[in-house]
Design a protein. Structure first.
Length: 185
């Protein structure tokens, strides 16, 4: 029973950590990162599509993304979608590829992004605590139903707390690294 609760908690915590990683990947740190354009939606072929469905995105250097549409007929739609995505990016087209220069961040924008990273970290910690609570509830119910003893309950709760502490430490380290990328760029 304890192993099941731990496994459930670990799965949920892995999911929360993965979600945090994806969210932080979309936060611009002043360097070119293809994940920056993951949320861009393009009007192509009469439908809204993700940018990755109509083009490849790669980095040319630390300050330049290259977007190469699979079909050159959608290049103007891709350019328009990137400009309207609210990322502060202005692509330039040569008819075949788009060059998307990544401008340096202003101090005000850096602080705003650091706050956003902090908010994402708090969301991850909330998810970790929810996973801990669910696992603890399973153990408490098992003890109430006499499936495990009081000592096993105490041991299980301690193991879940240690697991939670490990994940919180990981989240803090990930967030600290991202914040330093943003503020020290």
């Amino acid at each position: 029973m304890i192993e099941e609760a731990l496994e459930l908690a670990q799965d949920a915590m892995d999911t929360a950590k993965e979600r945090l990683g994806k969210a932080l990947g979309r936060v611009r740190a002043g360097r070119a990162n293809p994940a920056l354009l993951d949320g861009v939606r393009v009007e192509a072929y009469g439908a809204q599509m993700s940018l990755r469905e109509v083009a490849t995105v790669s980095t040319a250097d630390a300050r330049l993304l290259i977007v190469k549409p699979f079909d050159s007929n959608v290049i103007q739609s891709v350019e328009k979608a990137i400009m309207n995505a609210g990322l502060g990016l202005n692509p330039s087209s040569d008819g075949v590829i788009l060059r998307v220069p990544i401008p340096p961040l202003t101090e005000e924008r850096r602080k705003g992004l650091a706050k956003l990273v902090g908010d994402e970290a708090e969301n991850a910690k909330i998810a970790l605590r929810a996973a801990r609570r669910d696992a603890n509830d399973i153990l408490k119910k098992a003890e109430k139903d006499k499936d495990i003893s009081e000592d096993e309950l105490k041991r299980g709760l301690e193991q879940i707390q240690k697991l939670t502490d490990t994940y919180v430490t990981d989240v803090d380290a990930t967030v600290k690294k991202k914040e330093s990328e943003i503020l020290d760029d």
